[in-house]
Write a protein that binds this ligand. Structure first.
Ligand code: SAM
Length: 296
């Protein structure tokens, strides 16, 4: 069992990698409860069916805080390995420090840009939850994932489906757009964004171009936690996601109009399903599965 460590980050890191580290990391860490607990149903619902066998070597791309890497280690057992790769060091530091680490010495984390290199033919299974949608060059990133697989190895990635079925992101953006202009062409971003792989035909074409075969899409509908309280949900939307991008890019105008924007978002969240954990909204993703070619 060898674990190949992907390319370490270098001074010529891409602007997207810089953006994740400099701008998004503190915000994502602040809302870790939403990023981890809030989105986890999408992977929990399919984790038992993923094609992972005891002893497998697994790669988790864009692993964030590492929760899916630890979940995958439950499938590989101690005789397998899991490597979580992410381009954001602050997330990896938290992933290493998870209490689960103590019970899973076969889980490791490494800093790397998945679009550049993930090693060659080193893994039986490659996974990503909500990581691939941010590839600036999706074919390059998907190709790196394909190349990282052993011949005939399998992959699965989870990406958001269309805006209409994801009101937790789309409705908040629409609300903010009532008060602020849409981000311009030159806006600094974290990559193409959450809906960049929503279109089945376009994503299938990208995966085919990357070298995958046996590509299949399965729809996952699940509730997502959008905040513990209405105030938390508003703060989350103004910090991250498409609404957050619109708010950030509008600069001083956004701050000037903050009271009206917050009031409108409070109205939006007033009608949302609530339980003791917080506010929950509908969401929908694709589980996309595929296979690497049988010959390297
Ligand atoms: C929406 S988060 C998802 C994190 C985690 N998989 C989860 O589901 O909680 C996207 C992650 O992809 C990482 N990421 C984005 N582009 C990347 C790249 N080119 N190489 C490696 N990681 C990347 C980000 O740093 C971030 O942790």
């Amino acid at each position: 069992m060898t674990i190949q460590t992907p390319n370490p980050l270098t001074a010529d890191q891409s602007p997207i990698v810089e953006f994740w580290n400099d701008i998004l990391a503190p915000k994502v860490i602040r809302f870790r409860h939403i990023m981890v607990d809030g989105l986890s149903l999408h992977s929990q619902m399919v984790m038992p069916q993923l094609p992972v066998a005891p002893g497998d070597d697994v790669l988790d791309v864009g692993c964030g805080f590492g929760d899916t890497a630890y979940a995958l280690a439950q499938r590989t057992g101690p005789e397998g390995t899991v490597l979580g790769v992410d381009c954001c060091q602050a997330f990896l530091d938290l992933a290493w420090r998870c209490p689960e680490r103590m019970f899973n010495p076969n889980v490791r984390f490494a800093n790397g840009d998945a679009e550049r290199d993930l090693g060659e033919h080193a893994y039986d299974f490659v996974f990503s939850r909500f990581g691939t949608m941010f590839f600036v060059n999706p074919v390059a990133g998907l190709r790196a994932m394909c190349r990282a697989l052993r011949p005939g190895g399998q992959m699965a990635h989870i990406v958001w489906r269309n805006r209409e079925d994801n009101p937790w992101l789309a409705a908040a953006r629409e609300t903010v757009l009532q008060f602020l202009p849409a981000p311009g062409e030159d806006a600094r971003t974290c990559g193409p964004g959450p809906f960049s792989m929503a279109d089945e035909a376009a994503t299938r074409a990208k995966m085919t171009a990357a070298g995958f075969t046996d590509i299949a899409f399965r729809r996952i509908d699940a509730k997502v936690l959008v905040g513990r309280t209405v105030a938390d949900a508003i703060a989350f939307q103004l910090a991250l996601g498409p609404a957050g991008e619109t708010f950030r890019e509008a600069g001083p105008l956004a701050e000037e109009r903050r009271p009206q924007i917050e009031a409108a978002l409070a109205d939006l969240f007033a009608g949302v399903e609530t339980n003791p954990e917080g506010l929950w909204m509908d969401s929908s993703s694709w589980l996309i599965t595929a296979r690497a070619p049988e010959t390297a």
